[in-house]
Design a protein around this ligand. Structure first.
Ligand SMILES: NC(=O)c1ccc[n+]([C@@H]2O[C@H](COP(=O)([O-])OP(=O)(O)OC[C@H]3O[C@@H](n4cnc5c(N)ncnc54)[C@H](O)[C@@H]3O)[C@@H](O)[C@H]2O)c1
Ligand SMILES: [Fe+2]
Length: 409
């Protein structure tokens, strides 16, 4: 029997540098979350479970808590996770816990709940204020173990080294990025995503696609090879993350449209849960780039979801970058041109076509371009330098929905 070699394997990086950081255990599969209790109690028996109010009332969530209790855990449930993760809401949770510190923190939900669990673990372990840890590599050591259980198929936060929070004193959201934030265990059960409504599925799926494409087209840093694994959180394109990125793109091309339609489709949901996981494994080490950087100020102004913003921006950034890797992305998508194929996929699943549709005003474009320049952590990772004029041109293109506007700035 001959092994099947995927058509896109020719587009993998020449095996130069590889790095992938990941949880100690990743469990994937329909029904696997029924084993949550046994997985968690191996790490400790005093368990804090964090989620948002909606999920706290969900029968699936109650089953997860039952699994923990059956395994002998003493469980505290916190359902106060707020969208956008305001820093005071995380610090207030620490105050509420008082001396009753847990052995393990479980985050159940979308990216918000998992990021909450990670940020809380940093605070409970190392004290101080979350502000002390903004940026890269500022967490001084390991934290209480976090177990992440995603219920959306998108962020990949279950495997990544970052939590994104909102500081009331800063206009843009801020990241806390450190390998110490990578959850100890990720439990990815596609069944938990079956109830996501179409728009949420489309937005989170768009986020997963942006993770895969931005990781695969990220900058290469061969000159820094010796120090890369320790000097940076996000190291750029690597031969190991490429595998996950391309496998994720293939799954998304096959299944996002079906997953985001109103008709139930378990197979498509399973593909998307796996693709989101792959996206997290790819970008958690390689990093994301300009589409994510541009979404920060646009999200702050329009209060639209992270996933819809990055999904809308992605083809415009791809057109600007025009990186040679796009030929491989096109092959994986089964299309002649990666930019127009991604644009069409986003439109097909209902991502709004222009930034004007998201509520951005023409007189805000300059501010978005200027603010994006501050998101250096992500811009540094873009394969083509993005100055303020380029950012303005990309945003103007996405504002008008015209792919020809941003590419040549
Ligand atoms: N840490 C990372 O690596 C990373 C990566 C990308 C995005 N993010 C962050 O993640 C957040 C976005 O996360 P998200 O898009 O997963 O959404 P979310 O966690 O903000 O949740 C959005 C809504 O979906 C609901 N929801 C969750 N699961 C559901 C289900 N199964 N059925 C029905 N409703 C459900 C939630 O209750 C909530 O109301 C943003 O704060 C973003 O900055 C983090
Ligand atoms: Fe993202």
């Amino acid at each position: 029997m001959t092994a099947t070699i995927p058509a896109w394997s020719a587009g993998l990086s020449t095996p130069s540098y590889g790095l992938v950081r990941a949880p100690g255990q990743i469990v994937f599969g329909e029904g696997c979350s029924a084993g949550l209790g046994d997985l968690v109690t191996r790490l400790g028996t005093r368990v804090l479970v964090c989620t948002d109010r909606r999920m706290g009332d969900d029968p699936a969530f109650r089953s997860l808590v039952d699994s923990l209790t059956r395994a002998g855990a003493t469980v505290t449930v916190y359902t106060g996770v707020e969208s956008e993760l305001p820093v005071p809401s995380i610090e207030a949770c620490v105050d509420r816990l008082g001396a009753g510190e847990p052995d393990v923190i479980v985050g159940v939900g979308g990216g918000s709940s998992m990021d909450f669990a990670k940020a809380l673990a940093v605070l409970l372990t190392h004290g101080g204020s979350l502000r002390d840890y903004y940026g890269e590599l500022r967490v001084p050591g390991p934290t209480y173990p976090v177990v992440a259980v995603p219920t959306t198929a998108g962020t990949g936060s279950e495997v990544t080294p970052v939590a994104v929070v909102t500081d009331p004193d800063q206009v843009l959201k801020v990241g806390i990025a450190s390998p110490y934030l990578i959850p100890a265990v990720a439990v990815v059960d596609p069944v938990l995503t079956y109830g996501c409504p179409p728009a949420l599925t489309a937005h989170t799926g768009a986020d997963a696609l942006a993770h895969c494409v931005e990781a695969f087209t990220a900058v290469r840093r061969p000159a820094e090879t010796a120090a890369l694994a320790t000097s940076r959180v996000f190291v750029g394109k690597t031969v190991l993350t490429d595998l996950y990125a391309l496998a994720g793109i293939e799954l998304i091309a096959r299944s996002l449209r079906r997953a985001a339609s109103a008709a139930p489709d378990d197979e498509a949901r399973r593909d998307m849960a796996l693709a989101a996981l792959y996206g997290g494994l790819a970008f958690g080490t390689a990093g994301t780039a300009a589409a994510h950087a541009l979404q920060y100020p646009i999200g702050a102004l329009t209060h639209t979801s992270h996933g819809e913003g990055v999904g809308l921006l992605l083809p415009f950034v791809m057109a600007y970058n025009a990186s040679p890797e796009l030929a491989t992305v096109a092959a994986v998508l089964g299309a002649d041109d990666a930019v127009t194929a991604v644009r069409q996929l986003m439109l097909d699943v209902g991502i709004r076509p222009t930034l004007a549709d998201l509520g951005l005003r023409a007189d805000q474009i300059d501010w978005v371009a200027a603010s994006t320049m501050r998101v250096t952590r992500l811009l540094d990772n873009n394969p083509r330098p993005v100055g303020e004029a380029a950012a303005r041109a990309i945003v103007a293109g996405a504002f008008a929905g015209d792919l020809s506007l941003g590419g040549t700035a």
